[in-house]
Each structure stands twice: as C-alpha cells, then as structure tokens.
Design a protein around this ligand. Structure first.
Ligand code: ADP
Length: 273
C-alpha cells in the first residue's frame, strides 16, 4: 500500500475521459429481459454487466423452509466463469456468499415480505461481465427485477460505488481505478428518494470529511440511476399506442397524457451492446 499509481487522472480527467462525477457509459437499464422468470432486469454500466431474475412469490417447498409470517427470500449473487479476464472458478465462494448476504440486507427494507407468509422469493443475480462495481450493478438490476415480478415494494433501491482515486473523489470507479494502491472504494445503496442508506461498505481509508462528501456524490448518482430504473419499468409496462388510442376513444375524459421522457430516461430503455 502507499505506492502511487500515476496516469489514472491526467489534467482533471480520468483515463477513460470521464470527469470525476461522471458514471461510466454506456449505462443501460432494461426490465423484463429473461422470459422464463417472473421478473427480471439487465443493468450495464461501462464494462460491468449483470442480469437479475426473480421467481415467486410462490408457496415454498419444502415446508420446513417456510416462514409463518413472511416470505422467505433466497438471494444468490454469482460471477460467471467468463465474466473476468481469467476464468473464474464457478460456484459460490466466500466473496459471493458475503455479497449475497449484503445484497439481501440492502433490499429487504423496501420489500413487503410480510404480505406473503409461507411463500418463497428467489432472487438470482448473475454478473456476466465484471469490471468493478458488480455488487452495486447487481443491486440495481435486482431492484428492477423484483418490481417486475410484482413484489410489493416501498421504493426502488439504487446503488453506486464512489471513492477516491489519486487523491480525487470520484463516482463509479472502473476496475483499473479500484485496483490502484491508494484507492478508496465505497459501494453504497439507498432509497434515492428518501436518502435512506441500505448498504455502505468501504475498502481503503478515507477521512470523515471525505466520507461525507462521497455520500453526497453517491446521493446524486443514485438519483440518476433511480430515474433510469423507473424509466425501464415504465417502458416495460407501457400501453402500446394502438391500445391507448382505443381506450382514449372509449373514455376520452379519463385519459391523462404520459409525461414526456427525459433524454436520460430514453437512454435507459435502449438495447444493450
Ligand atoms: P465489486 O465488483 O462489487 O466492486 P470487489 O471490490 O470485490 O466487488 O471486486 C472488484 C472487482 O474485482 C470486480 O468487479 C471484478 O472486476 C474483480 N474481481 C473480483 N473477484 C474476482 C475474481 N474471482 N476473479 C477475477 N476478478 C475478480
């Protein structure tokens, strides 16, 4: 530690051309990407890509796994063997077991699990390409997939990694930035609308002042992500134009116009690369 890694930031710009507060691009959020699942989503940010699938809520078997007053939630985060530059050994390891646990804790506060006693909800997140920020990308996809599955939720959870690279506070670290010797990596998940934090981890040492500033940066980025998540769900459930016209003809006074999409919301609905 303490070794200075140069050239990640030159002239106020990051190596990939981003400013300190810019998220990686392309940033894509799409709902309903896995046909067989009850709910699903794809989230890609830069070179990190994840798919989340949800099965349930449905009656849980075997019976001894049921909880009498709430749905039991099984959460699995996994990195595909082909997701990294060197083949990753398939199957769970200590890291993926820990990440599955923190993701469950990041999502649980927004879920009305008590509405489904004895049921099971299975949430699976597969990282298909990894270049840092996989847990936050998986959370962003999981949140949309749960909503897509019709699980009642208080809110969506949005997540981003913020940190410090060569002394600068930055948003959305790339793999290279995260690997720098003096880097601070702080993955954060929150309810963007209320600011309630549901996950906060930190790799590296930062001062209290830096942490406070990083929280503010995360809050702004999570708001952007939240808008993209909402746009993806709206896109998935939008009424086809012909159908909307037919309804409008039948009851013209009851139809309200859809609000115009922002440029960012439009971006979120685009196809993956
Ligand atoms: P996160 O992906 O949430 O940032 P980590 O900080 O543990 O979580 O991992 C940082 C990055 O290191 C990952 O995104 C991935 O690019 C890489 N990585 C993690 N585990 C492995 C592994 N087993 N093999 C190769 N690369 C890995």
């Amino acid at each position: 530690m303490g070794k200075v890694v140069g050239q990640l930031i030159v002239g106020g710009k990051r190596k990939d051309g981003r400013g300190f507060l810019d998220m990686r691009s392309p940033f894509i959020v799409k709902a309903g990407t896995v046909q067989r699942a009850d709910g699903s989503a794809y989230v890609g940010i830069g070179k990190t890509r994840s798919i989340a699938s949800v099965y349930g809520p449905q009656l849980l078997h075997p019976k001894h796994l049921q909880e009498p007053d709430r749905a039991a939630m099984k959460v699995r985060y996994e990195m595909a063997p082909f997701s990294t530059t060197e083949r990753k050994r398939p199957g769970p390891d200590r890291r993926s077991i820990e990440i599955s646990k923190v993701i469950r804790e990041a999502l649980a506060p927004v879920l009305f699990l008590e509405e489904f006693p004895k049921a099971g909800i299975e949430l699976m997140m597969e990282v298909i390409q990894a270049d840092a920020g996989t847990r936050v990308t998986a959370i962003n996809a999981a949140s949309v997939a749960l909503a897509d599955a019709g699980v009642p939720m208080r809110d969506l959870v949005s997540a981003i990694a913020v940190g410090r690279v060569e002394g600068n506070l930055v948003v959305d670290l790339s793999g290279e930035e995260e690997a720098a010797a003096d880097a601070v990596d702080m993955p954060i998940a929150m309810r963007a609308a209320t600011g309630e934090i549901t996950l906060l981890q930190m790799d590296g040492d930062a001062s209290l002042d830096e942490v406070k500033k990083l929280l503010e940066l995360a809050r702004a980025a999570c708001m952007t992500i939240y808008q993209a998540q909402k746009a993806a769900l709206k896109e998935r459930y939008k009424v086809p134009a012909e159908e909307a016209e037919a309804v409008a003809e039948a009851a013209p006074t009851e139809i309200m116009e859809e609000p115009a999409k922002t440029a960012q919301e439009g971006e979120a609905g685009k196809e993956g690369e």
